[in-house]
Structures are given as structure tokens and as C-alpha cells.
Design a protein. Structure first.
Length: 488
């Protein structure tokens, strides 16, 4: 989808501007849009508007009125269909090898793990774009061109490719560190040092793959879920959920930080720790009637389990258990994927405001009944609030308020409403959208998956995050649902 490709290219520009390497800011970055047989191109600069990106058709030929750099990107995409995002970078140490026309030998384990052979440099005599690509192809002829890679171009920096624009620029910094190590080693010795043997490279790669596979395997009962395992669990739940929906003709959308990650990063936000989806009420009811529980996954709802303390659904990974969470209602169950619901609102603007405020009141009263002596999120301040909390805890329960919230959610039918939203979330009225926002759905890449998003994603993300392509300060790049989860 071309609009999403534009946003990911602009987001990578914002990311590059925040890095310390000034030469990275001289790069150009592009992303393929297979559906439209084109790619999005942008030089990294201070102008972050989407109007500054260039949309280039793959049908153009080398004689088209395009800059030399754009033509090189064009020929790369034509020659190598596996490439999804491409950057032309001029970082210092990569440029050193490019200027002298030398390949970067494999000197370190870090290099061998990240790139399984020397980083080759394509030497050329004439600056013809098609012939340049053929020269590069000749240099790379013994390599399988996958979605990740690098090649140096004599006196012209490096071309690096990866799955998304941000990942491509992250790879550029990684390759720069590899080049820095190699350049320092050769400068210190004054001669070209013998590189690591092919046998050692193979053993390093095998070791790395074993470590990666081991890192995401289920742990022993009683052991804590690691960060790597948590990501694998989240993606596993999302993959299963997506498959169930597609097989049964059910439309859903990523939402919250998961939707933001799909648009800005092409996957999970690096510091995020959960996944969220939402469905319209009709689609949600269809889902709950057909969801196939199995040995690993289960969909929990209030209708199915009266002890379940949420008004929305949750897909639970039954191999895990949450021992402590900022939200104690989640404790005692497995790690989960939130399945939120979009409901209707009154047609009258005044009644919409009243209904939204009533929903927020119910949610706050429900929250007041959650007793959590350790979680700051539910620690109330003020004598009156503390007194009210104690009274509500004695007279009511979470399930009492959940029943009232569920009744209020179902009061206005989705199909009969002009405006709809998910008003039990932390964002409240910011999730108010016109029902037409759910008329169309699109497929987008998400890590190694393909997931659905709805056509109103831009308005939704703007309402919640304002300038959502911008990155938060480092101190705020932390998960918001941190919990202690264990294997069972």
C-alpha cells in the first residue's frame, strides 16, 4: 500500500535524524510497493513531509528523467525482486573501503554472524546504471540475494537492503561498525590481514542460528518468560488469530501500539511488549461463535467464563501464566492478545458526549474495585478517593461493573450508527471514528506475518499519537504492560 510505504520511509528519515552519525543523514532510502509496481524514494534531510518523497514506477527505463541515485535504486529493484527496502549510505568506514575499491574481509565473529562472507566491492569503469547493476550482479553471483544484504560500489558508498526502511538504516550502522573494526585492524598492521576461514564462518552461523532458535523455545516449567520468548509468543498468538479470521471470512484490524508498529516500523515497536487487535461488534460476535480453542490457544470472554474480568476478549497462550501484572485482573492467566470491540454511538452529538462520559465513568468505577498494593497505575491519591475506593470494593466487584459496561456497549448497534469507537480503552473518546473508516481493510507486513488494518488507521493514529511517525524520547521507549510471566 503506497501510503503506508511513504510513512515508513518518512519515519526512517526521522529515525536517521536522531542518530549521532552525521554521514548517515546524507543517505537516500527507498521502499518497494509491490502492489503498485513502484517504489518510494527519499533523500534523508530535514524536510519530513510526505510530499517530499518520490514515487517511481518500476516500468520506467534507464533513460527516464530521474537522478542518478534514483536510477540506481530502480535498477536494483528490477534486478532483485527479493529486496524490499534499499539505502544508499556514505558512512565513513564503509566509504573508506569503497574509495579504495576493496572488499571487507571477515575478521570477527560479529561480521561472520551478520554477513556470511566478505562484503564485496563492485569495481566499474563507466557510470551506466544498467551496467553498474550487471557489475554488482557479477560480484554477487555466488550469493543468494535475500531480503537482507550489502554491496560496496567503487568510490560510491554502500547499498544496503533489509525488510523495512528503519531496519535498513539500522543495518547500515551495524555494517559501519564491522567496517570500522576491519579498517582499524588493517591500519594497525599496515597490511591486509588474513580473514576467518570458511569453516569457522559456517560454525559461527550454525552457532548463531542454534542460539536464536533456543532463545524462542518454550522454557522449563517455572522459568520466567524472556524478552525473546515474549516476542515469539506475541507473534504466535497473532499468527493463529489472523489465520482463524481469514479462514472464516472475519475482518479485524491491528490497533493501539501494534497498529503504530505496523505503520512506522513494519512490525512490533522494539520496546512494545504486547499485541492488540479490534473488531466491529458484528465481526466480534462471529469470531466468538467459531473460535477454535486448542491445546495452546484459547479465546476468553465474559460470556464464556464468568470469572473473566474483562469486557473485551483475550486470546490466551495456555503454556504461560502471569504471576504479577500492573493490572491484577490479568494475574493468574496466560500471556494474551487483547481482542477489543468497536461499538455504535447515538446519532445526536449531545447524546454521544453523554454516552462517552458515562462509559468513562463506568470504566473508572470498575478500575476503583481493582486492589493492587504494588502497581502504581491503580494507586489512587486523595483521602476522598481512597475512601470511595474502599466503599466500592466492599459493596461491588469487577464483575458488577463489567456487566454494566457490557450493557452500555451494546446499547447502540454498530450497523445503525454514524459514529463508532472502543470506549473501554485508555484512550477513551480519542478512538471515536466515523463508521465508514471500517468499510475497507488492507493487508500490511508485520514482522514475518501479513496482518489486516482498516482504512481509518491514519485518523485513529493521529487522534491518539498526534505526529505518530515521530519517535518518543529514549526515556519513554519502554513497555507499558510489563509483567512477570512464567512457563507452566
Amino acid at each position: 500500500m503506497i501510503e503506508i510505504a511513504k510513512k515508513q520511509v518518512v519515519a526512517s528519515n526521522i529515525w536517521a535524524e536522531q542518530q549521532e552519525d552525521d554521514m548517515l543523514k546524507m543517505s537516500s532510502i527507498s521502499m518497494l510497493d509491490k502492489d503498485n509496481k513502484s517504489f518510494i524514494y527519499k533523500t534523508i534531510n530535514e524536510d519530513l513531509s510526505e510530499t517530499t518523497v518520490q514515487v517511481v514506477s518500476l516500468q520506467k527505463d534507464a533513460d527516464a528523467q530521474l537522478s542518478n541515485d534514483v536510477l540506481l535504486h530502480l535498477e536494483f529493484y528490477k534486478k532483485y525482486p527479493a529486496i524490499r527496502s534499499l539505502a544508499h549510505v556514505f558512512t565513513p568506514k564503509l566509504m573508506n573501503f569503497s574509495l579504495v575499491g576493496e572488499a571487507i574481509p571477515v575478521y570477527s565473529k560479529q561480521h561472520a554472524i551478520y554477513h556470511s562472507s566478505e562484503i564485496k566491492c563492485a569495481i566499474y569503469q563507466e557510470n551506466n546504471h544498467q551496467s553498474l547493476i550487471e557489475i554488482i550482479a557479477h560480484e554477487l553471483q555466488n550469493e543468494e540475494i535475500t531480503s537482507k544484504g550489502i554491496v560496496l560500489l567503487y568510490q560510491n558508498g554502500a547499498f544496503i537492503w533489509d525488510e523495512t526502511p528503519i531496519k535498513t538504516l539500522e543495518s547500515a550502522l551495524h555494517y559501519e561498525r564491522i567496517a570500522d573494526y576491519a579498517w582499524c585492524l588493517q591500519s594497525r598492521t599496515g597490511e591486509r590481514v588474513k580473514s576467518i576461514s570458511a569453516e569457522l564462518i559456517d560454525s559461527y552461523i550454525k552457532e548463531q542460528r542454534n542460539e536464536e532458535e533456543k532463545a524462542i523455545q518454550p522454557g522449563e516449567p517455572g522459568t520466567m518468560v524472556t524478552k525473546e520468548q515474549l516476542k515469539a509468543i506475541n507473534l504466535g498468538m497473532l499468527e493463529f488469530f489472523d489465520r482463524v479470521c481469514r479462514e472464516n471470512g472475519i475482518k479485524y484490524s491491528l490497533t493501539g501500539g501494534t497498529l503504530l508498529g505496523a505503520i512506522r516500523h513494519g512490525g512490533m515497536i522494539p520496546w512494545d511488549d504486547d499485541v492488540d487487535v479490534f473488531l466491529t461488534r458484528p465481526e466480534y460476535e462471529k469470531l466468538t461463535s467459531i473460535f477454535p480453542d486448542n491445546d495452546q490457544f484459547e479465546l476468553l470472554t465474559m460470556k464464556k467464563d464468568p470469572t473473566f474480568n474483562y469486557v473485551f476478549g483475550r486470546v490466551i497462550d495456555k503454556r504461560t501464566i502471569v504471576k504479577y501484572s500492573p493490572n491484577t485482573a490479568a494475574a493468574g492467566r496466560g500471556l494474551s492478545l487483547d481482542v477489543c470491540v468497536i461499538d455504535g454511538l447515538p446519532k445526536s452529538a449531545r447524546k454521544r458526549i453523554i454516552h462517552q462520559k458515562y462509559m468513562r465513568l463506568l470504566v473508572r468505577l470498575r478500575r476503583a474495585t481493582i486492589q493492587d498494593p504494588h502497581g502504581k497505575r491503580y494507586t489512587e491519591k486523595g483521602l476522598f478517593v481512597v475512601f470511595l475506593k474502599r466503599v466500592l470494593c466492599k459493596l461491588t466487584s469487577i464483575s458488577f461493573w463489567n456487566r454494566r459496561i457490557a450493557k452500555a456497549m451494546d446499547k447502540y448497534k454498530f450497523d445503525e450508527s454514524d459514529y463508532v469507537g472502543n470506549f473501554t480503552s485508555q484512550y477513551g473518546s480519542k478512538e471515536l471514528l466515523h463508521r465508514k473508516a471500517f468499510d475497507k481493510y488492507y493487508d500490511v507486513p508485520f514482522e514475518n506475518l501479513t496482518c489486516m488494518i482498516y482504512s481509518g488507521y491514519d485518523e485513529y493514529l493521529s487522534n491518539i499519537y498526534k505526529d505518530y511517525l515521530a519517535f518518543p524520547p529514549k526515556k519513554k521507549q519502554v513497555g507499558h504492560h510489563i509483567c512477570n510471566a512464567f512457563w507452566i
